[in-house]
Design a protein around this ligand. Sequence first.
Ligand SMILES: *Cc1c(COP(=O)(O)O)cnc(C)c1O
Length: 371
Amino acid sequence: MAQLSPAMRALVQPHLVDIEPYDPKFTPTSINLSANENTYPLPAGVRDAIDAALASTPLNRYPDPLSGELRAELARWHGLEPEQVCVGNGGDELLFNVLLAFGGRGRALVTCPPDFSEYAFFASLVETETLSVARDPESFAPRVDDLVRAAQTANLVIVTSPNNPTGDLFPLDAVERLCDACPGIVLVDEAYGEFADEGTSAVPLLARHGNLVVLKTLSKAFGAAGIRCGYVLAAPDVIEVFSAVRQIYSVNVLTQATALAAVRARDVYAPVVAQIRAERERLRAALSSLLARTAPEPLGRVWPSQGNFLLVRVPEAGNVRERLRDEYSILVRDFSYAPGLSNCLRITVGTPEENDAVLAALTELLEEDAS
Ligand SMILES: *Cc1c(COP(=O)(O)O)cnc(C)c1O
């Protein structure tokens, strides 16, 4: 809050005064591949089902605090009981709530960066110490033995699978080791889980580990980032904690109605998800041969991904991002500022046309630089 007057700074809690408002600086561009949204149109019929649900939703009544119908539908989908589900205003609210409930002053969160920056941010809001167990700087593989050691004295461990922005899965046997080692809560963030190979979700492990929490969202595969809806799956007593600390009416009636219609139509999304996965591999192969030609390793690199995005290292990434935006009207995310990610861009996998456009633009820019 750099703009604050000294008088206002004196009023704010000391650990909060240096936080800046979140502004992703979304310059309007014709193609936005910067936020890992699903850029495809909603599948046929889903939009109509949502519109009908919205049209019949009264606005004058408070929402059901615990999103009962949606909760039951999510439980059915994942083969769990409704008492094992808590819905939130986006996954972000639930990430804040897990820190609010299980973190706090004098307590520690273990993370595995480079990862989602919200974890450390929410930890700082509630004065929780973040212990970072950094990934291997080249492969980005998590250092599981070090994580397990750190987990032994942690109140909370958060791992991401597939990880944002590195794209890799967190191995399930390592999740189990963390659950066994940690006296606190182990949260596996599966915001991109629908894009990953089958059999890679930690949800089946819930049956064996009472301290495991799995986070999901409708912002990515379901193409509903605008409605703000996420949920956690866990043992009933853990969900009881999430239910108790939440903002009571955080999930509004329009979000509940939209999410219910979308989740009921979940099977209809399968072809979209399959297409994004296929486009991801096409884009990766094309970028990989472009980089081999114009910026061979270690200058250029594209990592494998199980999400709907690719992490790509290019020479002068900051400049490449700016030229993509200003000369081609394509927005991607620059991670150069993040420890371990110098010259790395994260590119969301879009529609075939969007992917062709980003490929053509990068080909021009990188071939120009290479010549
Ligand atoms: C997008 C994302 C989320 C949740 O996003 P919401 O829009 O708040 O549901 C959580 N974790 C990761 C790693 C993400 O990338």
